[in-house]
Write a protein that binds this ligand. Structure first.
Ligand SMILES: [Zn+2]
Ligand SMILES: [Zn+2]
Length: 214
């Protein structure tokens, strides 16, 4: 499966659109800004959004949610531990970032292991706390959407409220590195990678000491 993607907002969030080629149903992962461009891409490709799936509650990932939900009727899914961030501009950091304060509500609580069906594709949610408490990755055929948990050659920052570096590394090792090596990694910012590449060369994930703490 190869998602559509576009880069939106001042912080350059990757908004991904995995879709079913047969039914044209799609999901919008992290529509952080520019609802107009996202809608244009959906329309040009004749897609019908079923879900808006948030990898976490930071403002840079949620800025276009309200408009897209209104325009498409798609249901918004978030992990319950990041729910409070959506409705509170202090918690989603929009009120500190010099952008319009953002308040978003959710329709579906997405828990670890839940599968969301989008046409003939299945997106499986994996709870990976560490960047935020309710961080989620989404696994589909051949692809892994990692939000701000795992980047090409880096990992998410953990100095914001709810962040924990130890928890983040543990999430990546115990929930992501057990998956197939040849998954393409689609991160929330920056270029794509593969799980194999990150396991081999990501400087934050070398050595075994983090595992031995457990
Ligand atoms: Zn973030
Ligand atoms: Zn981000």
């Amino acid at each position: 499966m190869k998602p559509l993607s576009l880069i939106v907002g001042a912080l350059g969030v990757n908004c991904y659109i995995p879709y079913c080629e047969q039914t044209r149903q799609c999901a919008l992962i992290d529509p952080g800004d520019r609802a107009d461009r996202i809608l244009g891409l959906i329309q040009r490709n004749n897609l019908k959004p079923k879900y808006i799936l948030l990898t976490h509650g930071h403002f840079d990932h949620i800025g276009a949610v309200n408009e897209l939900r209104e325009q498409t009727g798609a249901q918004v899914g978030v992990h319950p531990e990041d729910l409070a961030m959506l409705t509170d501009p202090m918690k989603n950091l929009s009120s500190l970032a010099g952008v319009e304060p953002i308040k978003v509500s959710a329709d579906i609580m997405v828990e670890d292991g839940m599968t969301l069906q989008v046409g003939n594709i299945r997106l499986k949610a994996i709870h990976t706390p560490g960047h935020t408490r309710g961080g989620l990755c989404y696994l589909a055929e051949g692809v892994l959407f990692t939000g701000d948990t795992l980047f090409a050659g880096s990992v998410g920052r953990t100095d914001l409220p709810g962040g924990s570096h130890h928890t983040l590394i543990k999430s990546i090792r115990q929930k992501l590195f057990i998956l197939e090596d040849d998954l393409t990694v689609f991160p929330g910012h920056g270029p794509i990678s593969s799980l194999r590449q990150e396991r081999i060369s990501n400087p934050y994930l070398q050595g075994r000491e983090e595992l031995e703490w457990e």
